[in-house]
Design a protein around this ligand. Structure first.
Ligand code: ATP
Length: 258
């Protein structure tokens, strides 16, 4: 495996999670650098969500987790969050009775001590409004800023969930099946938005079973099988790698997203 270009972003080293006798993650080493989209794929039960749980502090693990070169594996989840790690959940997480912009404002103002210190020097309202507008712009939802979240399509709601993580100041976004339930058109447009998000700065870890989405948008892909990291490389390499094909893809996958 090649060494990362910089220590910016999220890096795990030999991350291992044990549930009793089950090794759900076995020495997983992944680099999510700023501006990059990294796919994490594998069969059901391979350990993908476990990896996100461990990185975000919701399950105990061994090994190292670094954010911008600093160990964060001893921090509780909320401190990893304020340090810049943000995850979206498989289930809906929006306030349906609030507008899209209000949903983002909640996240933009929910910072830790850094936000508090910043707010002493910068007028809070203006700063938060700017952050919200920027996040909506990146995901292409500026036109529906005043629409109630419950009135959006499923695809738009998923994007609001991602925009909310951005508005909260995420440096690394961990997206666990963000495209689940979307039709192929929505999924394709979602892929473009994920690329725009990475281009705007953050690193993105993307878990999804839609292989044309993952292999189309990611810079690199890691494949898990029974907790073991059996492959890390480019999508082009993954498509034809015999181990990946045998463990998960079943047959070489064509790219549909540019
Ligand atoms: N809290 C837990 N306690 C015990 N075992 C668990 C726990 N969470 C997950 N597991 C087990 O760990 C393994 C990995 O599960 P995980 O949910 O991480 O897989 P996954 O790759 O995300 O699967 P899917 O694609 O179905 O979401 C599975 O065998 C699962 O049953």
């Amino acid at each position: 495996m090649s060494e990362p270009v910089s220590d910016k972003g999220l890096h795990t080293r030999d991350l291992t999670v044990r549930y009793g006798g089950l090794v759900a993650n076995d020495s997983v080493t992944i680099d999510v650098e700023p501006g990059k989209v990294v796919g994490l794929i594998g069969p059901n039960g391979a350990g993908k969500t476990t990896f996100v749980d461990a990185v975000t502090g919701f399950t105990a693990c061994e090994g190292e987790i670094l954010l911008d070169g600093t160990r964060i594996d001893a921090l509780p989840p909320h401190e990893r969050r304020t340090a810049g790690l943000s995850r979206t959940w498989q289930s809906g997480e929006l306030f349906g009775n609030l507008s899209v912009a209000e949903n983002l404002l909640v996240a933009a103002r929910a910072g830790g001590w850094r936000t508090l210190v910043r707010d002493i020097f910068v007028p809070r309202r203006k700063k938060s409004d700017d952050v919200v507008a920027r996040a909506l712009d990146v995901v292409g939802l500026g036109d529906v800023a005043d629409t109630l979240a419950r009135d959006l399509s499923l695809g738009q709601q998923k994007l609001v969930g991602v925009a909310r993580a951005l508005a909260g100041g995420a440096e690394v976004l961990l997206l666990d099946e963000p495209a689940a339930g979307l039709d192929s058109m929505e999924s394709q447009s979602f892929a473009g938005r994920i690329r725009s998000i990475a281009d705007s700065g953050p690193g993105v870890l993307l878990i999804d079973h839609d292989m044309s989405l993952v292999l189309g948008v990611c810079d690199t892909v890691t494949v898990l099988e029974f907790g073991k990291q059996i492959f890390t490389g480019t999508p082009a390499e993954a498509r034809t790698d015999p181990t990946v094909v045998a463990a998960y893809l079943g047959a070489p996958v064509e790219a549909t997203h540019a």
